[in-house]
Design a protein around this ligand. Structure first.
Ligand code: PLP
Length: 358
C-alpha cells in the first residue's frame, strides 16, 4: 500500500526495516534503542551523528545551533515570540494558509503581531506579491510558512525581507529540497512528515538570536538553555530523534537534497498534470506557480463521489487520501518517502475512477 497521509506520514521502508532490528537491540548494547539512557555514551554518539548528518544535508553554517525539541510545531508558534521578541515589539507575519493563521493566533499573547500580507481574502490560493507586503521597520522578525499543508500553497523562493530575521515553519517541506539556511534567522518544523516520527521538533537557530533573551521564562521554553545543553536539558524524544537520524542517512544515500528534490518535482508534476487534464473531473484551486509539491489538495467535480473515491482508493492500497475538513475533497501528500511508483498508481486509479464515474 501507499500511504498519502499528511502526517504522521509514510517513513521510507528501508528505515522502518532497520528500525525494526534496532528496536530489539542497539549495536550490541543488549537493550533496545528505545531503552538507551539519553545520558549514556551510546545515545550521545547517535545524537551527535544525527546532527552532523543534518548539517551535511543542509550545509548548515557554523553559527547556527540545531535543537531537537518537543511540543510540536504548535508549541513553537508561541515559543518563538517568547524567545525572539519583547511584549512591546512588533513581529510581521505573512499568512498564506491555515498554519500561518494559527501561528499568528499563538504569537499574539507574546508580541505585537502584524499581518504584513495575507491571501485569506482569496481563499489562500496564492502568495501575495512581495511588493504588496507591508513590513514593519525594525520588526523583531518576519514569520512565514514555506509550505501550507492544508491549502497546498508553497513558496519556491525565499523572500527577501530586509534586516529582520526570517523565521519559517518548515514542518511540511523540510528536507524536500535544498534550502539556504543562511537566509534565515530560525527554521522549525515537526518531524512527523519528512523526518520520521511525531514528538520531535527540529529548530535551527542563528546564534545571535539566542542572545536576545527578551523576558524571563522557564528553562524548558528557552532556546538558549536547550542549545547550551545540546538538547539534553531534560529527556528528549529519544526514539523520534533516533529515527530522524536514520532518515538523514537514508536521504544521504538517495543522493542528498538535490536528488530528492528532482524526484519530488516529478511526483508533483505527474499528479498535477493528471488533475489538470481530467477535463474538470478533478481540480486543484491553487495558482500554478505556488502549487505545493508536498501536499496536493484536489476536489472531485461532484462531491457525492467523494465517498466511493475514498472507499475504492483505499481498497486499491492508496491510503489516507481524505482531504482536510477545512477545504474538503482529497489531499495527496507526496513527502520524500512516497516513491514515484506510488504517484503512478494514484494517477492510474484516478484516471480509471474518472472513466467509470464520468
Ligand atoms: N505547521 C505546519 C505547516 C503543519 O503542517 C503542522 C501540522 O500538520 C503544524 C504546524 C502543527 O504541527 P504539530 O501538530 O506538530 O504541532
Amino acid at each position: 500500500a501507499f500511504n498519502f497521509s499528511a502526517g504522521p506520514a509514510a517513513v521510507p521502508d528501508a528505515v522502518l526495516r532497520e528500525a525494526q532490528a534496532e528496536l530489539l537491540e542497539w549495536h550490541g548494547e543488549r537493550a533496545s534503542v528505545m531503552e538507551l539512557s539519553h545520558r549514556g555514551a551510546a545515545f550521545e554518539a547517535m545524537a551527535a551523528e544525527s546532527e552532523q548528518d543534518l548539517r551535511d544535508l543542509l550545509a548548515i553554517p557554523d553559527n547556527y545551533r540545531v535543537l531537537f525539541l518537543q511540543g510540536g510545531a504548535t508549541q513553537h508558534f508561541a515559543q518563538i515570540p517568547m524567545n525572539l521578541a519583547a511584549q512591546d515589539q512588533t513581529a510581521d507575519y505573512i499568512v498564506t494558509g491555515a498554519w500561518g493563521q494559527k501561528a499568528v493566533a499563538e504569537a499574539a499573547p507574546y508580541v505585537r503581531v502584524h499581518t504584513a500580507a495575507s491571501s485569506e481574502a482569496g481563499g489562500f490560493r496564492s502568495i501575495p506579491p512581495r511588493t504588496q507586503w507591508q513590513l514593519t521597520d525594525g520588526a523583531a522578525y518576519v514569520h512565514y510558512t514555506p509550505n501550507e499543508t492544508i491549502h497546498g500553497v508553497e513558496f519556491f523562493e525565499i523572500p527577501d525581507v530586509g534586516d529582520a530575521p526570517l523565521v519559517a515553519d518548515v514542518s511540511s517541506m523540510f528536507l524536500s529540497r535544498p534550502l539556504d539556511v543562511s537566509r534565515f534567522g530560525l527554521l522549525y518544523g515537526g518531524a512527523q512528515k519528512n523526518v520520521g516520527a511525531s514528538g520531535l521538533v527540529i529548530v535551527i537557530v542563528r546564534d545571535d538570536l539566542l542572545a536576545r533573551q527578551p523576558r524571563p521564562m522557564a528553562k524548558i521554553l528557552n532556546y538558549r538553555a536547550h542549545a547550551e545543553q545540546h538538547s539534553l536539558l531534560n529527556t528528549p524524544p529519544t526514539f523520534a530523534w533516533y529515527l530522524a537520524g536514520r532518515v538523514f542517512k537514508w536521504l544521504k544515500a538517495q543522493g542528498g537534497l538535490a536528488a530528492i528534490e528532482e524526484i519530488n518535482r516529478q511526483k508533483a508534476a505527474l499528479l498535477y498534470s493528471a488533475i489538470d487534464s481530467s477535463g474538470g473531473f478533478y481540480s486543484n484551486p491553487v495558482q500554478r506557480d505556488c502549487r505545493s509539491r508536498m501536499n496536493v489538495p484536489f476536489t472531485l467535480h461532484d462531491s457525492s463521489l467523494d465517498a466511493p473515491f475514498l472507499a475504492e482508493s483505499s481498497a486499491a492500497g492508496l491510503l489516507a487520501l481524505k482531504g482536510h475538513k477545512m477545504v474538503g475533497g482529497m489531499r495527496a501528500s507526496l513527502y520524500n518517502a512516497m516513491p514515484l511508483d506510488g504517484v503512478r498508481a494514484l494517477v492510474a486509479f484516478m484516471h480509471d475512477f474518472a472513466r467509470r464515474h464520468g
